[in-house]
Design a protein around this ligand. Structure first.
Ligand code: BV8
Length: 252
């Protein structure tokens, strides 16, 4: 049985057709249909025994830099084998229809940019970038070596993934731009996030307070669900293409 395209609320379609400023916050759920496990999904194999929230910390890295570096290398490999999915593609189509479109992501997998999105704010950094743990400055490359983690070419300190760990500040300019986009949005989408991690989880609330229509896309309810204007319960890779097609009558 071919699954019916989900019906998108008419009021949301009408609003999007006249909107000039739209902001979107995505979490790991939008990459789930690309085969990238979500952040809180049970980790597999070697990593099953570790809790991501414990590994994604500066303390874990200081305790066992090799283990943490290898965890990120394993995740990089998973992402390299993944492709953007119809949910990512639908957001690139939406960006083409909206004058001021801002895509804010908690994800570190880089799949929005690979899908062709341009205005992407990576709140939590990117798996594929590294920085020096000692100097806290990004490095573009480093000499081949068997050292794990590799060493900073400038000072010889350990390299670390250029992502925001728990307990670390988000990049100030990126967070400020995200907050601006949230409070100026006419429509704010929260897609594929458990709405548990702060300060990202504050962004849809900031949009709501500023008068945005807030739309959540998630197969499960989250702490944000009671406050949103519309809850579209389903997979982003199914709902977003239907929403774009029903609103702007375009393919992805
Ligand atoms: C900081 C990078 C402050 C690393 C990540 C209040 C204010 C400020 C901070 C806090 C606060 N309360 C608590 C804190 C501390 C902490 C925090 O929020 N803890 C939580 C756990 C309570 N926050 C921080 O530490 C932040 N730093 O605030 O510093 C500070 C102040 C002073 C001085 C110093 C510091 C830093 C947070 C960033 C952490 N780094 N990632 C890495 O990836 O390794 S966060 C990590 O979780 C990922 O980025 C991930 O994206 C993010 C959130 O998870 P989700 O994306 O939501 O993914 P999840 O698996 O949870 O959910 C997936 C969802 O998708 C589910 O709902 C599921 O139903 C849905 N889904 C599944 N399939 C689909 C789908 N949806 C749609 N379609 C599908 N097909």
């Amino acid at each position: 049985m071919i699954s019916e395209a989900p019906a998108i609320p008419g009021e949301l379609i009408a609003r999007l057709r006249t909107a000039h400023r739209v902001a979107v916050l995505t979490g790991a759920g939008i990459s789930a249909e690309s085969g990238v496990p979500t952040f809180r999904e049970a980790q597999t194999g070697l990593w099953a025994r570790y809790n991501p929230e414990e590994l994604a910390t500066s303390e874990a890295f200081q305790r066992n830099p090799r283990l943490v570096w290898e965890w990120y290398a394993w995740r990089q490999e998973r992402v390299r084998q993944a492709e953007p999915n119809p949910g990512h593609d639908a957001l690139t189509a939406m960006e083409r229809q909206i004058a001021k479109f801002t895509l804010i992501t908690q994800n570190v997998d880089g799949l929005h940019r690979r899908a062709g999105s341009h205005q992407v704010l990576e709140l939590h950094g990117n798996l594929f970038r590294a920085k020096c743990f000692t100097e806290d400055r990004t490095v573009e490359g480093w000499p081949e070596s068997d050292d794990l983690p590799p060493r900073c070419p400038h000072c010889g300190g350990l390299l670390r993934p250029n992502v925001v760990w728990f307990g670390e500040m988000l990049p100030a300019n990126t967070l400020r731009a995200a907050e601006q986009a949230a409070v100026n949005a006419e429509v704010f989408f929260s897609i594929g996030t458990s709405s548990l991690v702060y300060p990202a989880a504050d962004l849809p609330i900031a949009g709501l307070r500023a008068g945005a229509m807030v739309v959540e896309i998630n197969p499960q309810p989250t702490p944000l669900s009671p406050y949103v204007t519309f809850s579209l319960n389903g997979a982003a890779g199914v709902i977003l293409p239907a929403l774009v097609a029903q609103t702007w009558d375009v393919e992805r």
